[in-house]
Design a protein around this ligand. Structure first.
Ligand SMILES: [Zn+2]
Ligand SMILES: [Zn+2]
Length: 560
């Protein structure tokens, strides 16, 4: 009974590179979940794309004296490269710049307008007399009324994190030319969010399986009472508004970004040569999961569900496993202050699996968590290299050299072998249950415990000693650990796909790990194994000082 699992992952703004906070927050957990379900023989559709629109892109383009399209194209390409190197296995990673996206956005928009869930209203908007343009919230700057930060934006204070309205700012000025704006009347479209208050409340009450932090944040918004939200902006970069009189306005980037989940699914279907293939992931028994950082909760548990309710006939989110934030070396990650580890930079120097490992084992699921290079080194060397990698390497090398490059025939399994094999089955079940509930951190810890158990067993059995005195016992213990390795490559596959594929190959299998399914494979005696290589590389102590001084120097350069 194969299930349809839709996985939507937050759309990254194509205005700058990705950092480890993005990866730990959304992309890695989504990929772990997708790979897990594919291994379980479920049908998975995982989509996202780069968000080309919105003020962050135009601001970046103005800073770099280029066009928004150039900025978007440059970072989109960088995202795609990073996904490939890190093994983030999207079924489609598109952009919001496609004609298909505009068409789907217009369809949703016009349907909501026709049903009166979107309406027109005049409001006061900041207008810069110097730049001769209306200024979106992010183009406004001033002093935060809460913390006194002098460079707070019109939509949010970067320092204390409070959401703001432009009218909250003191000493308000245009971010481009520093002139104080005047407020002029401008007509906009609004989403009638208030009319979904009751329906959303009833629906949220049923979501008892959601994470506590996600429910807590969602209830806070519901308890405050939902207010209608403007869904158009005075901008000339974005999806055009399909209404006369709105030629100089665009659809608010956040509204069209969430519609991107649907448009990307339709684009994927077209690429499959079956225009209706998306429906199986959006209707009937399919379940949809949205992987996001906690700053996006509102848009995925309130705005998008409200739009889906208004549009009708499409699945509401089944789960929104929003993650908390990642700190770097104990400090809040900040792109504006350049306190970040950039993904493309990491991938130029290190392998993908160790990063996937440390971010999974430290995943900010229920609270913020920290990344430090010392911890990275420790976990790489002690857990990946010394525990899992060493287990695989020593038993494969031993079998390869002493049993004619093949799986030895085990004879009768004794109690300790049976008990370890049983442990492997128990681990498969436990990791299965945890991943099913999106508990990634717990799942990977259970997986590494099995590698520890297998090491202990191997040390006890010491096949390298018994080979001289009791060949049958040596064969039995080697056979047992090789079988446990088939379970380890399975439970680790969602987390560490590159090393699992290698292990799969060394064990003598053809094809790939996903085709084998979620199970322990009892190896046929005399199956040829392949000459093994180490799964992981031991890192030198020096990287800790090198990397931390690199972080410091990046920050200093930014400040100059
Ligand atoms: Zn503030
Ligand atoms: Zn101005």
């Amino acid at each position: 009974m194969s299930e349809h699992i839709f996985i939507g992952v937050a759309w990254p703004y194509a205005n700058g590179p990705l950092h480890l906070g993005h990866i730990a927050g959304a992309y890695l957990p989504a990929d772990i979940f997708a790979r897990y379900h594919r291994l379980k023989s479920n049908k998975v559709l995982m989509v996202s794309g780069s968000d080309q629109h919105g003020a962050p892109i135009t601001i970046r383009a103005e800073q770099e004296s280029t066009t928004p399209q150039n900025i978007a194209d440059k970072y989109h390409q960088q995202f795609v490269d990073c996904w490939e190197k890190l093994g983030i296995s999207f079924d489609l990673f598109t952009t919001t710049g496609t004609l298909n996206h505009t068409q789907v956005t217009h369809d949703v928009f016009l349907t909501l307008l026709k049903r009166d869930y979107i309406y027109k209203e005049k409001t006061l908007q900041a207008y810069c007399p110097e730049c001769h343009r209306f200024l979106p919230d992010r183009y406004l700057e001033g002093t935060c009324p809460y913390c006194g930060f002098t460079e707070a934006r019109g939509d949010e204070c970067d320092d204390c994190g409070k959401p703001l309205n432009p009218s909250d700012l003191k000493d308000i000025r245009c971010r481009l030319c520093s002139t104080p704006p005047r407020f002029e009347s401008s007509e906009h479209l609004f989403l009638r969010l208030s009319s979904f208050q009751d329906e959303l409340t009833e629906w949220i009450k049923e979501q008892t399986h959601w994470r506590r932090n996600v429910l807590g944040t969602t209830w806070k918004f519901l308890d405050e009472g939902l207010r209608d939200r403007a869904v158009t902006r005075d901008l000339d970069w974005g999806v055009v508004v399909p209404q006369p009189g709105f030629e100089r306005k665009r659809i608010y980037v956040w509204i069209e970004a969430v519609i991107g989940y649907l448009s990307a699914s339709k684009e994927w279907a077209k690429l499959q040569g079956d225009d209706t293939a998306w429906q199986a992931f959006w209707q009937e028994d399919a379940k949809s999961y949205y992987f996001i950082g906690k700053d996006n909760i509102f848009f995925h548990t309130i705005i998008w569900p409200a739009m889906l309710m208004g549009y009708g006939n499409l699945n509401l989110p089944y789960d929104v496993p929003g993650n908390e934030f990642l700190t770097i070396e104990g400090k809040k990650l900040s792109t504006s202050r350049n306190w970040a580890i950039w993904l493309h930079d990491y991938l130029e120097r290190y392998e993908p699996d160790p990063l996937r490992y440390i971010l999974a084992v430290n995943m900010p699921e229920t609270g913020d968590s920290d990344f430090s290079w010392r911890e990275f080194l420790r976990r790489n060397n002690n857990e990946l290299v010394a525990t899992y990698g060493n287990l695989a390497h020593r038993v494969l090398t031993f079998a390869y050299r002493n049993f004619d490059g093949a799986v030895p025939a085990p004879g009768e399994l004794n109690e300790s072998s049976q008990s370890l094999l049983h442990e492997a089955e128990v681990t498969l079940d436990a990791v299965d249950r945890l991943l099913h509930r999106c508990e990634f951190k717990g799942a990977i810890k259970v997986a590494i415990t099995l590698a520890q158990e297998a090491n202990r067993y191997l040390d006890e059995q010491a096949p390298w000693k018994t080979i001289k005195t009791d060949r049958e016992s040596s064969a039995r213990s080697v056979y047992t650990v090789l079988s446990v390795l088939t379970a380890l490559k399975t439970v680790f596959y969602p987390f560490l796909p590159f090393s699992s594929e290698k292990l799969h190959y060394f064990l003598g299998f053809d094809g790939n790990v996903e085709e084998q399914g979620w199970k322990i494979q009892f190896l046929p005696p005399r199956q040829k194994i392949r000459e093994p290589q180490p799964l992981f590389v031991k890192l030198d102590e020096d990287i800790v000082t090198e990397e931390t001084s690199r972080l410091d120097s990046l920050r200093e350069n930014q400040e100059i």
